[in-house]
Design a protein around this ligand. Structure first.
Ligand code: ADP
Ligand code: MG
Length: 400
């Protein structure tokens, strides 16, 4: 379906064109018509499938056709990075509508920003993109008027629940009048269904059932002893092609260490982790997006929602314990139909995690031994949960 079938105003069509979108993605095709009919929505589709524009476009259409001052839409999402990214899409898609105002609201910055946020909220900025905690702080102070509110969006809802925002979200709701509510999530665990039941009215449920990674992502793995992991990382970075690569580590310490080692070996690398302040994070993402640095070392912080295009290579230096984290990490590649490669470096203590991941994906990822120059490789063992005994399965040795 092309956008002209749903949107007629050239101002929005031109903005869509400037983003290079030609056709609606599947989730957009499924949800936009229902949003335009003022229905509540529960929408679930894999990362990178275009959920942000799926709700921003109808919001902009509605605001532009029937403009009023005041807060018309509140979008709640888990992190500042995602806030900023949503704001960026709003900025682009509402570019030709000068009247439409928006702001992103998140914590962790200085007093000045709080005052700026307060002013915008008191004046009735049209679209508010916010993390739950900071929004609540403003709400509690009593200067926000929600009479004009038309849309409430909860984006990355599964992630928000994982981060423990359930109570905050419920509190936010007590401040809001009735409105159209849109719930977006990459996965549909039971707790999302429970939340949906509580807050949505006769929702249209669209579950593209693709918490599984996109087919366009090629996945492979190396079996490696911990002592050889760093050497293997260098090997992978030297032998696979990429314009930009993200290396995921499971802890801050590990990420810091990888960054240091890559830097010492003169790789064009930058790192991001949760101890970075707001400015450092924005700057880091900017440098990576503009390819000032082409390798980004990150903890799980970046694994969700943050959209960085054209990352051809994802390396799991450590295998995440949570299956969803794996899916989200590798979801940083093969965005919007492009192909990408995800390489996992698995050490024996991570075999059971990887086994769980494969089971979840219902897919066996091809595993390679380390190239000779790196050293011996462990044999991949299938860890049997119930009996705690181990069955050996050997994989053919393949040299790359
Ligand atoms: P999700 O929220 O589902 O993880 P995003 O909204 O972040 O996905 O979108 C992923 C990428 O796809 C972004 O770069 C976005 O600009 C792009 N995108 C969105 N809609 C389209 C479309 N219709 N055609 C092409 N690219 C799109
Ligand atoms: Mg998203």
């Amino acid at each position: 379906m092309i956008f002209r079938e749903l949107f007629s105003d050239n101002k929005i069509l031109e903005a869509i064109e400037s983003f290079g979108y030609e056709e609606l993605t599947e989730i957009q095709e499924k949800v936009i018509p229902s949003i335009l009919e003022s229905k509540d929505i529960l929408a679930c589709s894999k990362t990178g499938s275009g959920k942000t524009a799926a709700y921003i476009l109808p919001i902009i259409k509605s605001l532009s056709e029937n403009f009023t001052d005041g807060i018309r839409a509140v979008i709640i999402c888990p992190t500042r990075e995602i806030c900023l990214q949503i704001e960026e899409q709003i900025a682009g898609l509402a570019y030709y509508y000068e009247k439409i105002s928006y702001i992103s609201i998140y914590g962790g910055n200085d007093q000045d920003s709080f005052v700026k946020q307060k002013n915008a909220l008191s004046k009735g900025v049209n679209i508010v993109v916010a993390t739950p905690g900071r929004l609540l702080s403003h709400m509690a102070l009593g200067y926000i008027n929600y009479e004009k509110l038309q849309f409430l969006v909860l984006d990355e809802a599964d992630e928000m629940l994982d981060m423990g925002f359930y109570e905050d979200i419920m509190k936010v709701l007590t401040y809001l009048p009735s409105r159209q509510t849109l719930l977006f999530s990459a996965t549909m665990p039971q707790k999302i269904k429970v939340l949906a039941e509580k807050i949505l009215k006769e929702p249209i449920i669209i579950d593209l059932n693709k918490s599984k990674p996109a087919d366009e992502i090629n996945q492979l793995a190396y079996l490696v002893y911990p002592d050889n992991k760093l050497k293997l990382l260098f090997y992978v970075l030297n032998n696979y092609q990429y314009k930009r690569a993200i290396v995921f580590a499971s802890t801050k310490t590990s990420a810091g260490n990888i960054y240091k080692k890559l830097k010492e070996s003169k790789y064009n690398v930058i790192a991001i982790d949760s101890s970075y302040n707001q400015l450092q994070r924005i700057e880091t993402i900017r440098k990576f997006k503009t390819r000032e640095n082409i390798i980004l070392v990150s903890t799980n912080l970046l694994s969700r929602g943050v959209d960085i295009e054209d990352v051809e290579l994802i390396i799991n230096y450590e295998i995440p314990e949570k299956v969803e984290d794996y899916v989200h990490r590798i979801g940083r590649t093969a965005r919007a139909g492009k192909t990408g490669l995800a390489i996992s470096l698995i050490q024996p203590s991570e075999f059971s995690y990887f086994q769980r991941i494969e089971k979840f994906m219902n897919k066996t990822v091809e595993k390679f031994s380390c190239p000779e120059e790196i050293g011996n490789s462990p044999v991949y063992e299938i860890v049997r949960k119930s009996k705690q005994n181990y069955k050996r399965r050997s994989f053919k040795r393949k040299n790359q």
